[in-house]
Design a protein around this ligand. Structure first.
Ligand code: AKG
Ligand code: FE2
Length: 265
């Protein structure tokens, strides 16, 4: 049985020594990056051997994923009836992807070991800077792996959650780029004109995230709109998504579970 250390690059990121000056220095820099940019990328977070094992495991399970195609808007909300015709909430697009749910991730998986490791949870929580983190209490979503095949696509959207923690496992041959427009809206201003222009094809302020396999990414997606461009080719895009909450016992709705996992439990 492998220990969590096997999967991580602890030489570069000494999470096992949380009090060491190097870890503290690193944390301060990532906290600053998170505060200022709303995104934080930690390259080579996984060890090469750990990455290889997690890819093999996900590839092996990929055919069991639930695949769904849904059309909707960028707000992941139903469209109110009386909206003007030019409102960006009326603009719908396609999302097509597969997902492996938490209960499809093997009990011995390194993905679980990392997710549950106190040093990891504390480290991520400190970077996010919003207090201690709790494991997401969703039996399907706490850890899930997005499996994207040829022609799959994740449309432009805002997240319903404050932040996402992801570990990229495998890039496709072509496409599958994570694009975003940083703070296109804010808490107080929905900036509908900018959102509409983007949804209609504008490339203004579009950035591409550089997160090769093995990267850990922390991302705030509530005000930063983002998408994954269409996958091309036979190689799967595989990315593990870790759900954490700022309080205990936070879970997802049956509606959301049905769309993402094709079931509620
Ligand atoms: O697959 C990704 O890189 C991002 C996924 C995402 O944006 C989401 O699940 O909300
Ligand atoms: Fe998202």
């Amino acid at each position: 049985m492998r220990s969590v250390e096997y999967f991580l690059n602890l030489e570069r990121y000494p999470l096992h020594q949380p009090e060491s000056p190097r870890t503290q220095e690193m944390l301060a820099a990532f906290q600053k990056q998170m505060r200022e940019e709303g995104v934080c990328v930690l390259p080579e977070f996984l060890s090469p051997a750990g990455l290889q094992e997690l890819v093999a495991e996900s590839e092996q399970k990929a055919s069991e994923c639930y695949h769904n195609t849904v059309h909707g808007n960028a707000y992941l909300e139903e469209i109110p009836k009386d909206l003007p015709s030019h409102h960006p909430m009326r603009l719908e697009d396609r999302t097509a992807l597969g997902v492996l749910a938490y209960d499809q991730i093997p009990n011995e998986s390194g993905l679980r070991k990392i997710y549950q490791w106190k040093n990891f949870v504390d480290f991520v929580g400190k970077i996010i800077g919003r207090g201690p983190l709790y494991e997401y209490a969703c039996p399907l979503g706490a850890i899930n792996v997005a499996v994207m095949k040829d022609q799959d696509y994740l449309r432009w959207h805002f997240d319903q959650s404050d932040f996402v923690v992801s570990v990229n496992l495998q890039d496709p041959v072509k496409g599958g780029k994570f694009e975003y427009v940083r703070n296109i809206r804010s808490k107080n201003d929905p900036c509908y004109d900018d959102v509409r222009n983007l949804l209609q094809g504008s490339r203004k302020n579009v950035e591409e995230l550089h997160n090769p396999p093995g990267c850990l990414v922390l991302f705030e997606g509530r005000y930063t709109i983002h998408r994954v461009t269409e996958i091309q080719g036979e190689k799967l895009r595989l990315i593990a998504l870790y759900g954490y909450a700022l309080e205990p016992n936070v879970t997802s709705t049956d509606y959301l579970r049905q769309i993402r996992y094709g079931r509620t439990h």
